[in-house]
Design a protein around this ligand. Sequence first.
Ligand code: FAD
Length: 483
Amino acid sequence: AESYPNVKRDERYATLEQSDIDYFKSILPENALIQDQDDLLFYNEDWMRKYRGQSKLTLKPKTTEQVSQILKYANERNLAVVPQGGNTGLVGGSVPVFDEIVLSLANMNKIRSLDTTSGIFKADSGVVLEVADQHLAENGYIFPLDLGAKGSCHIGGTVATNAGGLRLLRYGSLHGSVLGLEVVLANGKIVSSIDALRKDNTGYDLKQLFIGSEGTLGVITGLSILCPPRPKNFNVAFLGVESYEAVMKTFVKAKSELGEILSAFEFMDESCQELAKKHLKTAYPLEEQHPFYILIETSGSNGEHDLEKLEAFLESAFENEVIQDGVIAQDETQLKGLWNWREQIPEACQINGGVYKYDVSLPLSDLYGLVDAARERLTQAGLLGDTEDFPVIDAVGYGHVGDGNLHLNVAVRRYEKSVEKALEPFVYEWVSSKKGSISAEHGLGFQKKNYIGYTKSQPEIEMMKQLKQLYDPNAILNPYKYI
Ligand code: FAD
């Protein structure tokens, strides 16, 4: 893991003492304290193995009351705390920088209720996304968010990062679907809007502050979310096209011809599929190679009708030479197989050593230009090449093109300062010059905290700092990150 350059431990924070441990032991069950060095590694190191802190203590409370007691004590003692969900975040936000206490929500994993008439689902924040979705599936509903990390990430973690994911195109952002939150503030106060109904215009919509706050304003312990009915049928098509322009054309055509049944539109470049092939080692869905690939998912209530629509769309896209190649999954196994070629890209980019990840939103016409620009810059700097002498394997692009969201991934053989220097602030400047956002969905965390000014104005940053000062005056929550 990379060390944390240019940051010093803030001396205003206290260091952990035996009396602190004794206090935590007095309020928590014994197995809720993790102090063993080996066991702590999981909580100290992030998913990319890029950031590693040195926490000596992870706490795993089971109740909101316990979270409240922990924070009240930490606030009085000036002990810094990092809230942690499934630890799948991609900006170094979920792990400590120095010796902060990790507050893991993993043991707060109870489903509280599902109203099968309205689709309102309430649960502890530590419920794993896939577990929540399975429970909903058994009752005819779907979680309005899906992403590659679903087997590990927590629903609370996705709210804390305002994750976007694969179905935002269809179901919109969590800012719309989350109805209420139960949050513990830095001083231990519990604030809950978890029983809010769909419509409520009484005063400020405070829950929005916590959606995307990355553990800097409070700890989310429970949430209520409006879940749509689960579509009865899913169809997936995997297409090959000859240019990025063709990706855009296919998108416009898909919106107009698949409209209400279109539930995902993902694009991938050839380079990221080359990495995925080496990683997955299964037969590729298309015989010929293409510069770009597209995955389209449709979902609706009438499988035959949906399939007919999708087939008609593909036929006309072939005839008009918008697409060159394509297959439709014939069964559930094939459908999952096709999705794998998209969902396994993050893993495929990082397994050869590491990955520098940039998750940006850009006007669609400029979206892929960033990948070309990054590749050219790394090549010119002598950092990208086929042999072990070069730290960079490749710069690849994929993402939720339907949402104007590009994932630029720079797959590396090893983390090297020169690579980061070549990419930052270059990538952020490039995005800012096109009026894009330097963080479309992964957040700021540690990685992007110094670059927020590329997207947010000074008055906006000022207001964020005021909010932080107001709700966490001792700055105990997730320090060294965000702003
Ligand atoms: P963590 O990683 O543990 O934490 C993330 C941040 O939230 C940290 O700052 C942490 O302090 C804070 N936090 C966590 N839980 C709480 C809580 N209960 N209260 C307060 N703060 C909290 N993201 C997307 O948006 N779209 C994608 O398509 C996508 N795909 C991914 C695919 C893979 C393979 C991986 C590894 C990640 C992907 N992500 C994606 C990143 C995404 O941010 C996370 O997967 C998810 O949102 C984080 O959930 P988590 O429970 O793991 O949170």
